[in-house]
Design a protein. Structure first.
Length: 347
């Protein structure tokens, strides 16, 4: 199947409010571990009740072997933990690369030691996001917790850049990121200036997320956060994610969305089921139905979510694309088709 056709079929099911979704889901991320060395204030991991563990390589292979390239060109191999803490990371990346995926993961600089640097460079990882939320020690420690050492973080990043340059490695692409929130708002421009240097491919300020909206202390960290990605009307409609994606936890259980950090609404288990079984299984249909009807009696996960990506349903989709073209322009609509609706719905 062509990737554009696959994206269209899923979008068609969403706009026509079908609870059975034709097409294959994008696996938005595979969590190798939910271990992490940091205690970040904007992360709900501290409230997580599920066990901490490591994904088994055989399970990873079983999952990756089911994913067609038309559904995923990029494979994100991290979840709420830090994948660099998995001792077999090299095997996971190497296998995914051999299957034709561009691999990407995210880490905090504390995990960049000589061993993990070697693993990243030798494995052929396609893209690495290094999250450094701050431009000074006080801010960094406030956000990342008492274990955060800003000077050590800087040293680890520069060691990594030096090793990559010294070994003449073309990969990974390196992205430096900071989260936009009340505590960092003043320093975004300085962050761009600091990391606009050779060896860094991209510098980004990422939007603050409130996860599933269940942690008020996280929401309070950014009182200026705009719910529903800046689209005031987005929360009126069913969130599109259950028509597009799934996320896999380290133990093989499947959730609809990466914001379900604690496995609150499980769709299935890839130890005993296939992705196709889960994608249109009873739990997935129940989730879509609850979002269409705005009935959260069986779906407490989504009840308080402020990260909704939704759009008005249309029984004439894709004919209503002509109206969308007039409203949003051709370029944005093409991005919508290519990227499964995320750009359009972000609006």
């Amino acid at each position: 199947m062509n990737k554009y056709l696959n994206n269209f079929l899923k979008s068609y099911a969403y706009f026509h409010q079908k609870i059975t979704c034709v097409g294959f889901p994008k696996v938005s991320n595979i969590e190798l571990t939910n271990r992490c060395a940091m205690d970040c204030k904007m992360c709900p991991r501290g409230s997580m009740k599920r066990p901490v563990g490591l994904m088994d390589f055989k399970l990873f292979k079983k999952i990756v072997d089911q994913i067609p390239l038309y559904a995923n060109q990029i494979l994100c191999i991290h979840g709420i933990g830090d994948s660099l803490l998995h001792p077999d990371l090299n095997k996971f990346i190497t296998y995914a690369n051999k299957k034709g995926f561009k691999t990407t993961t995210s880490t905090n600089p504390s995990s960049l030691n000589p061993k993990t640097i070697e693993t990243i460079l030798e494995s052929g990882l396609g893209h690495l996001t290094i999250s450094l939320d701050g431009v000074d020690s006080d801010t960094y420690r406030f956000i990342r917790g008492d274990a955060a050492d800003y000077e050590k973080a800087l040293k680890n990043i520069h060691n990594f850049l030096e090793e990559k340059q010294k070994g003449r490695y073309s990969k990974p692409e390196i992205e430096m990121s900071i989260i936009k929130m009340d505590k960092t708002e003043y320093s975004l421009e300085e962050f761009y200036q600091i990391w606009n240097l050779e060896g860094i491919d991209r510098v980004t300020a990422k939007d603050f997320i409130s996860w599933d909206g269940s942690q008020q202390n996280i929401i309070n960290m950014n009182k200026n956060v705009v719910p529903n990605n800046g689209r005031p009307d987005a929360g009126k409609f069913a969130c599109i994610r259950p028509w597009l994606t799934i996320s896999v936890l380290w133990d093989g259980r499947v959730v609809s969305c990466c914001y379900d950090y604690d496995g609150k609404f499980l769709l299935g288990d890839l130890n005993t089921q296939t992705i196709e079984d889960i994608w249109n299984g009873e739990k997935a249909k129940m989730l879509r139905k609850s979002l269409i009807e705005k009935d959260f009696s069986t779906n407490k996960l989504c009840e308080k979510c402020r990260e909704v990506k939704g759009a008005k349903p249309s029984r004439i989709y894709p004919l209503n694309m002509f109206k969308m073209v007039k409203q949003f322009g051709v370029k944005k609509i093409l991005k919508f088709i290519r990227q499964e609706g995320n750009v359009f719905i972000d609006g």
